[in-house]
Design a protein around this ligand. Structure first.
Ligand SMILES: [Zn+2]
Length: 255
């Protein structure tokens, strides 16, 4: 009698677990199947978005066929000019998470990004792993100075930031939320930063395989990242055929 009862309980637990797992996949998550060394990162960001859904984002609403392409680590001279040329030609708007020390040296590109209707986000001053610094240091030495350069150039400071490597401690997320920042990671990693898998074909395949309404796609702009620029026309073509519209992060999230 007891054994039979136990069996029933186990079945109920299994059904409940499967149901919860099913529900979990429909909430915002980092979608890529990560290589083993990034599984911990994937778990962390999925946990953080579930704790801080109002300030920490991996993606936007799933009921509109819109996607936000994001380009990190610029501005980067000719590589960024070339990317902007392509986006203009394709009539695609995107979001650039820029690094302060590069923005300071290349105000013309910062201005051009804004003039061509893209969005600027803050990607720190010097691209450190923010988990190694105090909250106040991050705010003063990485975010405020970067925003100052941006606002000196284009007259407006971003309200969105992306931590380098997508990495923040929980308490830093809470601190930045109080400082009125929105933290933007991504739901699709193009892996264009990984030289072992960043041919145009590999980048295209990753982005298209995991594409979904409301996606935020992680890409980069920089010297040597030719695969990204080469992949974009096909990515844009296929997504447009699938009914997707390209929007900035703030538009996607309604910030
Ligand atoms: Zn970066």
């Amino acid at each position: 009698m007891f054994r039979r009862h136990l069996g029933l309980v186990l079945v109920l637990i299994l059904v409940t677990t499967l149901t919860l797992t099913g529900l979990a996949t429909s909430s915002p998550t980092l979608r890529n199947d990560m290589p083993d060394y990034l599984k911990g990162f994937q778990r962390t960001v999925n946990r953080q978005v579930s704790i801080y859904p109002d300030v920490y984002y991996l993606s936007g609403p799933e009921d509109v066929r819109a996607i936000a392409l994001t380009f990190d680590d610029g501005p980067a001279g000719d590589a960024t000019s070339q990317l902007l040329d392509l986006l203009a030609e394709e009539r695609v708007r995107a979001t650039f998470f820029v690094v302060g020390e590069k923005a300071q040296e290349q105000p013309d590109l910062i201005q051009r990004i804004v003039d061509e209707d893209h969005e600027l986000g803050n990607h720190s001053w010097s691209h450190p792993d923010m988990r190694k610094y105090t909250n106040q240091h991050i705010l003063d030495n990485e975010l405020k100075n970067t925003s100052q350069v941006i606002s000196d150039t284009v007259g407006l400071a971003p309200s969105i930031m992306r931590p380098p490597y997508g990495a923040l401690r929980d308490e830093t997320i809470e601190f930045l939320a109080e400082e009125r920042w929105f933290i933007i990671n991504w739901s699709i990693d193009s892996f264009d930063w990984d030289t072992t898998q960043n041919s145009p074909e590999e980048i295209t395949e990753k982005v298209l395989e995991y594409s979904h309404p409301g996606a935020i796609v992680l890409m980069h702009t920089g010297e040597g990242l030719d695969g990204t620029i080469a992949a974009l026309p096909e990515i844009i073509r296929v997504l447009r055929e699938g009914g997707y519209e390209f929007v900035t992060v703030s538009e996607l999230l309604g910030l």
